[in-house]
Design a binder for this molecule. Structure first.
Ligand code: ADP
Ligand code: MG
Length: 281
């Protein structure tokens, strides 16, 4: 489904450059469930945004279904996203003024589904997540777990190939968390989805087939429920730097001044530099 090679992402803020991804290589097979773990600030959300075509890499290839998302025109990326990629976020991101049914219907608007078919499909999607009796409720009238169910229905109503979830249980209590992960697992199994789930929670990550760990913008692999622990082709070359102390500190990222002082080339985000022209270590 995905094949990423040498994906880097630099954010520029004033004179500072943040290297959020530092050369990620990753293959995600069709139908696989990959969990991505790692401390805050180490690039998990950035990776997910790039997988979802919500952001573009500074360098590298992001092959999705044989096409490089980094090279597609914006309108083409928007189409791929609307058709093939479902998102679930930590904060649900529902529209507060729309009912559950209308929130789910919004995913079908760009696909030019007729109003009748939209309502029918959205109703079925909400029934599938156990909310058939909550169609007219606005988000403010739903619990956190119910809101996340609406968001999952919205992500899946278009029958995407991929579901990308960024800390989907981060705002939920423990019982609700288990319910939501159980629901995602059921959807993944029954619908042949490919799923990438970002979480800092080990007990959730363990349920995936494979666990990736983001550290300092690099992706390594930890363990898997089935088969070998590590697939050599997908492990980063070179040692990953382990943060000191609690492991929760943000990565020690170089400022632009430091990069200039060290005689390394500028990090302009113009996509023209191949990924391996800049070394951070
Ligand atoms: P995680 O999801 O693992 O917590 P992120 O991918 O959100 O990490 O962030 C990785 C690094 O990139 C952090 O240092 C963060 O501050 C920085 N970053 C993320 N998004 C932006 C942005 N839009 N502009 C500038 N810096 C950003
Ligand atoms: Mg994040």
């Amino acid at each position: 489904m995905y094949k990423l090679s040498g994906v880097t992402k630099n954010y520029h803020k004033g004179r500072e450059t943040v290297a959020a991804l530092r050369g990620v290589d990753l293959v995600v097979e069709d139908g696989e469930w990959l969990a991505v773990q790692g401390p805050t600030g180490h690039g998990k959300s950035t990776l997910l945004q790039i997988l979802g075509g919500l952001d573009r890499p500074s360098a590298g290839i992001v092959e999705f279904d044989g096409r490089d998302l980094a090279q597609l025109r914006e309108a083409e990326v928007t189409n791929v996203r609307a058709r093939d990629i479902g998102f679930v976020f930590q904060t649900f991101n529902l529209i507060p003024t729309l009912s559950a049914l209308e929130n789910v219907e919004t995913a079908l608007v760009p696909l030019r589904v007729s109003a009748d078919a939209r309502r029918q499909r959205a109703t079925m999607a909400l029934e599938a997540v156990g909310l058939g009796d909550r169609l007219p409720h606005v988000p403010g009238e739903l619990s956190g777990g119910q809101q996340q169910r609406v968001a999952i229905a919205r992500a899946l109503v278009k029958e995407p190939k991929v579901l990308l979830a960024d800390e989907p249980t981060g705002n939920l209590d423990e019982d609700t968390r288990d319910e939501i992960i159980g629901l995602l697992e059921t959807m993944w199994r029954e619908r042949g989805l490919t799923m990438v789930l970002v979480t800092h929670d080990s007990s959730i990550a363990r349920r995936a087939q494979r666990i990736g760990v983001m550290k300092n913008g690099r992706l390594g692999f930890k363990q898997s429920r089935q088969g070998p622990v590590v697939r050599p082709a997908q492990v980063q070359a070179g040692p990953a730097r382990v943060p000191e102390g609690t492991g929760l500190e943000p990565p020690d990222l170089p400022s632009l001044d430091e990069l200039e002082d060290s005689g390394l080339p500028d990090l302009e985000d113009d996509g023209s530099e191949p990924a391996d022209t800049v070394t951070f270590d």
